[in-house]
Design a protein around this ligand. Structure first.
Ligand SMILES: Nc1nc2c(c(=O)[nH]1)N[C@H]1C(S)=C(S)[C@@H](COP(=O)(O)O)O[C@H]1N2
Ligand SMILES: [Mo]
Length: 315
């Protein structure tokens, strides 16, 4: 496996300020606490062998693992950027993990994760990942195209969309009222988007299984869309006829749309999408501003999916 690693920098150079300041406070505390907090994910991470993929972003520098696993959005485990890395590792990921796939299909199936992971060779894919909050990272994900899994159930001609659901355990996760969004977290794609080879069924990053805060044991990554489309910890997939309910677009439809294609010309009502901050770069790793790219730079591969559509209206 060929991985371009970021050059060694001091921690303060590669870490967003919020993480850095908190870590210093943390290190000032007891080292036993540090060990306890660091262990759960390290202990369960397993190496994954991956082949190189054809779908790598150009000459981009990888974001450090500290940032990718320490600065997260996973509202089930807290609404602050550092909450998921603190809370999610305490969650025992159910094993065996299954994904049930049904709806408008010929062969509904409930598949075990181990069986799913054997469907195709694992690939390392370096993708740009752009959050709707105007920050971005570059991640070496591991997985294969979602289409490999979806083909197993033979969608019928009625199926036009695919709906996804995150596992929800109210005992270890926030309530919808605490998080401010509906749970179980739901996302959806048009069938052609779900079948597009770039849409990744993801099991790992940086050569290992996914840390809980990044969506263990299995998530989606859709690199031309805002990050919230990339739903974590999936246990249910349903083929449907009509556009399904999706969490953020359902909760605030004037702010977040179903398509959520990265579009520098379609601002969020409360902030511009013309620029983004690449985490880990610049002074104290706070990020350097760069122009946002249409479809997050994946236009050559995906623009044809939307030909003739008004992408300001269908945002
Ligand atoms: N179940 C679930 N999936 C989720 C989210 C979430 O809160 N819950 N947050 C989304 C958002 S807003 C982003 S930017 C990405 C973040 O993925 P990362 O933490 O691995 O960078 O996950 C997405 N998937
Ligand atoms: Mo996001």
């Amino acid at each position: 496996m060929l991985i371009r690693r970021a050059p060694d920098l001091r921690y303060s150079d590669v870490t967003p300020k919020e993480i850095y300041v908190n870590r210093r406070r943390f290190l000032g505390g007891s080292m036993a606490a540090l060990g306890a907090a660091a262990l759960p994910f390290r202990a369960s991470a397993m190496r994954l062998n991956a082949v190189k993929s054809n779908y790598n972003a150009g000459n981009e520098k990888l974001t450090s693992k500290d940032i990718i696993t320490g600065y997260n959005n996973y509202y089930e485990f807290g609404t602050g950027k550092e909450d998921p890395s603190e809370n999610a590792p305490k969650w025992h990921v159910p094993s065996p993990w299954t994904i049930s796939i049904g709806g408008d299909v010929v062969k509904p199936k409930t598949l075990d994760l181990d069986a799913i992971m054997k469907l195709a060779p694992l690939e390392e894919r370096i993708y740009r990942h752009r959050c709707v909050e105007a920050w971005s990272i570059v991640v070496p994900w591991i997985g294969f195209s979602l289409s490999t899994l979806l083909k197993q159930v033979e969608p019928t001609s009625k199926a036009k969309f695919v709906a996804f659901e995150t596992y929800y355990d109210p005992k270890v996760m926030l309530s919808p009222r605490q998080a401010g969004i509906p749970f179980p977290y739901k996302e959806g794609l048009r069938l052609d988007e779900a079948m597009h080879p770039l849409t990744l069924l993801c099991f790992g990053l940086y050569g290992e299984t996914l840390p809980n805060q990044n969506g263990a044991p299995v998530r989606l990554v859709i690199p031309w869309k805002y990050g919230f489309k990339s739903i974590k910890s999936i246990n249910k997939i349903t083929f449907v006829e009509n556009q399904p309910f999706t969490d953020w677009a359902g909760y605030a439809p004037n702010e977040y749309g179903f398509y959520s294609n990265v579009n520098p010309k379609r601002d969020h009502p409360r902030w511009s999408q013309a620029q983004e901050r690449r985490l880990g770069e610049g002074f104290l790793g706070r990020g350097i501003e760069r122009p946002t790219l249409m479809f997050n730079g994946y236009g050559d591969q995906v623009a044809s999916l939307y030909s003739g559509m008004d992408l300001i209206k269908y945002y």
